[in-house]
Design a binder for this molecule. Structure first.
Ligand SMILES: CC(C)(COP(=O)(O)OP(=O)(O)OC[C@H]1O[C@@H](n2cnc3c(N)ncnc32)[C@H](O)[C@@H]1OP(=O)(O)O)[C@@H](O)C(=O)NCCC(=O)NCCS
Length: 215
């Protein structure tokens, strides 16, 4: 996968800063569930699939994230996608590995740790990755991060994906707010958040902090 695609996304995601506090998440998705490989004792999660006009957003299981890390073509094959020749950046491998171990340790929170693949329907190709940083915290907030292939930038695709993921998250039990962090030079990401309805809650010299609420 292209360097910039998920660089900043993964730097912020799965960075070891785990939320404290119990989640009131029920563990039962109200979203469209198409496939279950949730076997007793399995560390995989029930696959969640969200649809937007141009994208399908899919949660990746532990096995699929292993393929994402080690054998991208196998992941594409497993998802029935066209082979693209993509591969995960070497520097992102430990980050995906860390997410996998979180999913294994906390399988009931897998959906909040896993990678979500954004599949561009027209080309049957993965063009972006999104993820939440962990399960809802004490304030019932989850943090979202994302990155898209530069070849597909400025077509509204990230906005479409983030909007749908936010809608989904806010429909989950125990989630009242979705938060996000952007470098204050990252105009494209700021614009995505604005278009989805996020507002700035605080700022430092380098970062802006955003939120959108369900009520
Ligand atoms: C941020 C990112 C996901 C946006 O993806 P995208 O698919 O291009 O986003 P969209 O097309 O939905 O929206 C981008 C918006 O930013 C605007 N934009 C992009 N670059 C801009 C710039 N330099 N100045 C002003 N506006 C800019 C676009 O015009 C568009 O706004 P518009 O619809 O009002 O015209 C993509 O740039 C990316 O992957 N960046 C690297 C990873 C990253 O930064 N992730 C976010 C971490 S918080």
């Amino acid at each position: 996968m292209v360097r910039n695609l998920v660089d900043r996304l993964f730097r912020n995601l799965h960075d070891g800063r785990q939320r404290k506090g119990p989640s009131r998440h029920s563990g039962t998705s109200r979203s469209s569930t198409i496939d279950s490989d949730l076997r007793p004792g399995s560390h995989d999660l029930m696959m969640i699939r969200l649809e937007t006009p141009r994208l399908t957003l899919l949660t990746l299981t532990v096995q699929q994230m292993r393929w994402q890390r080690d054998d991208f073509a196998r992941l594409e094959q497993a998802l029935g996608l066209a082979p693209s020749g993509q591969k995960l950046e070497d520097e992102l491998r430990p980050i995906v590995s860390r997410a996998i171990s979180q999913m294994r340790r906390r399988p009931h929170h897998a959906r909040w740790h896993c990678q979500w693949a954004a599949v561009f329907k027209e080309e049957r190709r993965i063009i972006g990755s999104l993820a939440f940083k962990g399960p809802p915290d004490r304030e019932e907030a989850v943090e979202i991060g994302y990155g898209f292939d530069p070849s597909y930038h400025n077509r509204g695709l990230a906005t479409e994906a983030v909007g749908e993921m936010v809608r989904w998250a806010l429909s989950e039990d125990g989630v009242e707010t979705v938060i996000a962090e952007t470098a204050n030079m990252n105009v494209a990401s700021m614009r995505v958040l604005q278009k989805v309805g996020f507002v700035i809650t605080s700022a430092t010299q380098r970062y802006l902090y955003w939120k959108v609420s369900g009520r």
